[in-house]
Design a protein around this ligand. Structure first.
Ligand code: SAH
Ligand code: SF4
Ligand code: F3S
Length: 452
């Protein structure tokens, strides 16, 4: 009888995209996917380490698993994603520290070792007959064809890792050094997607602006002589409009690497949408320095000015950390006031969570009390509610084009060009279609529209 697997994905879009590649490998092995953890023979967590909360969530579920094991002795539990430092099974002599710490775990694998998963599984399930799978075909995990969750919208990774070492951040440790994927491979994946009816592509990376420019990239011939490889890639993918690509997006962006040429390209290329995610992290220069962000509040302001001038009406979102080591009330208020000034369309703010092994963990004191972090978070959130409401109201009466992502109980939901969530009533399920709507109401977190 075929065995089943359940996968829980946490964290950023990179992880969701990786899970689509995991699906391919597991289904090649003859496993069927289930949405019920209780029924699965293999339970897999694709984890995030960005804050302690995400790690605790995974570990918290282990107790439930101990009970499940009593009734299902064949059950396997695996972890991948950013919590894993080493690929191993509990049969290895030197397992990952997670395997030693968490009894319930059978296997851990780093996502780039996804090609090794078939042989690890066959070791742990000696009684299960696996179909023949040639590991050489899986050599580079990026080149495994994902089983895309959606047929009309896709996330395509253009690289992995990060070289920036922001002092609070675990990503350079969990995803290792920045390495870009070959341009023709990315293009091939996008071409295949578009040929199969995909209309919206989001290019993914920790810092897409430095695509092709990292230290590891410089050691290959792939990007030799290219001045701005990312713009070249965008131009290349944009050319797929003749085959049906309608929308191109990319994330995430680092302010220090966002060039004038890239802003111009955003305005020039037809498929690029008028939306940008540009994390600021703090509105105070001293904190930015302590975070090793390599830009100042003024230089960020300049970027916003350029973006708004070159792409009128562009919507911009950001990330902010409150309560970073030593952040005074006045420094927090600099962030607050900058928020009032810039009025981001959306912001993802988080309370600082110290991460083991980072510069901040080893050299700075996590001295802002929990309640203070919480209070700053709430104050920012109140402000965000009012600015995002104000921004959304500006759309009232305007026409927007929406790519419908879901339909429930007579209501369709999707995103506009500006990446605003738009809901509207419909008798028909229009999922996957691009529709024109008139915005009736701008709410705090979304727009309400009606078909024109
Ligand atoms: N590479 C992306 C972001 C990756 S992590 C970028 O630089 O934009 C996403 C967000 O998580 C970050 O922008 C930051 O705001 C937040 N974050 C990262 N480390 C954190 C930590 N230790 N505590 C709280 N928030 C953190
Ligand atoms: Fe983390 Fe900074 Fe890299 Fe983003 S740019 S992943 S915040 S180290
Ligand atoms: Fe989390 Fe890893 Fe993404 S730490 S935010 S899943 S890169």
């Amino acid at each position: 009888m075929s065995r089943s697997y359940y996968i829980q994905t946490l964290g950023c879009q990179m992880n969701y995209s990786d899970s689509e590649r995991i699906d391919t490998v597991l289904q090649h092995l003859g496993l069927t996917k289930t949405d019920e953890m209780n029924n699965a023979d293999l339970i897999l967590f694709n984890t995030c380490s960005i804050r302690q909360k995400g790690e605790d969530r995974v570990l918290g579920q282990m107790r439930k698993i101990t009970q499940m094991r009593r009734v299902r002795p064949n059950l396997l539990v695996a972890i991948t994603g950013c919590m894993v430092r080493k690929t191993a099974t509990k049969l290895f002599s030197e397992p990952d520290s997670l395997l030693r710490k968490v009894d319930e775990l059978d296997m851990t694998f780093r996502i780039e070792d996804l090609p090794q998963v078939p042989s690890m599984l066959s070791e742990l399930w000696p009684d299960y007959s696996f179909p023949e799978i040639i590991e050489a075909n899986l050599k580079n995990y990026f080149n495994i064809n994902p089983l895309y969750t959606s047929r009309f919208q896709a996330f395509v990774p253009i690289g992995t890792g990060c070289d920036n070492f922001c002092t609070y951040c675990i990503v350079p440790y969990s995803r290792k050094r920045e390495k870009s994927r070959e341009m023709d491979k990315i293009f091939e994946e996008c071409r295949r997607l578009v040929d199969n009816g995909c209309v919206e592509i989001t290019l993914l990376g920790q810092n897409v602006n430095s695509y092709g420019l990292s230290n590891l990239d410089n050691k290959t011939d792939e990007f030799k002589g290219m001045r701005q490889p990312f713009i070249k890639l965008l131009e290349h993918v944009d050319s797929l409009k003749k085959y049906g690509l309608q929308r191109l997006r990319f994330t995430s962006n680092h302010p220090k690497d966002l060039s004038d040429e890239l802003i111009d390209a955003m305005a020039r290329l037809d498929t690029l949408m008028p939306y940008l995610h540009l994390p600021i992290q703090s509105g105070n220069d001293e904190i930015l320095k302590r975070m090793n962000r390599n830009y100042t509040v003024d230089s960020y302001r300049e970027l916003i000015k350029k973006l708004r001038k070159t792409i009128p009406g562009i919507s911009i979102s950001t990330d902010i950390i409150v309560g970073f080591c030593g952040e005074t009330e006045e420094q927090f208020m600099d962030t607050y006031r900058l928020f009032e000034e810039i009025k981001w369309d959306m912001a993802y703010h988080a309370q600082y969570s110290t991460r083991k092994g980072t510069f901040a963990d080893q050299n700075l004191e996590d001295d802002i009390p929990k309640e203070v972090k919480k209070d700053r978070w709430h104050r920012l959130n109140e402000l965000l509610k009012s600015t995002s409401h104000e921004k959304n109201r500006e759309f009232e009466g305007r026409e927007v084009e929406v790519l419908v992502e879901k339909f429930t109980k007579g209501r369709c939901e999707g995103r506009s060009e500006h990446s605003k969530i738009v809901v509207f009533n419909s008798n028909e399920d229009l999922t996957g279609q691009l529709v024109n709507l008139q915005v009736k109401k701008g709410r705090e977190w979304l727009l309400e529209g009606c078909l024109t």
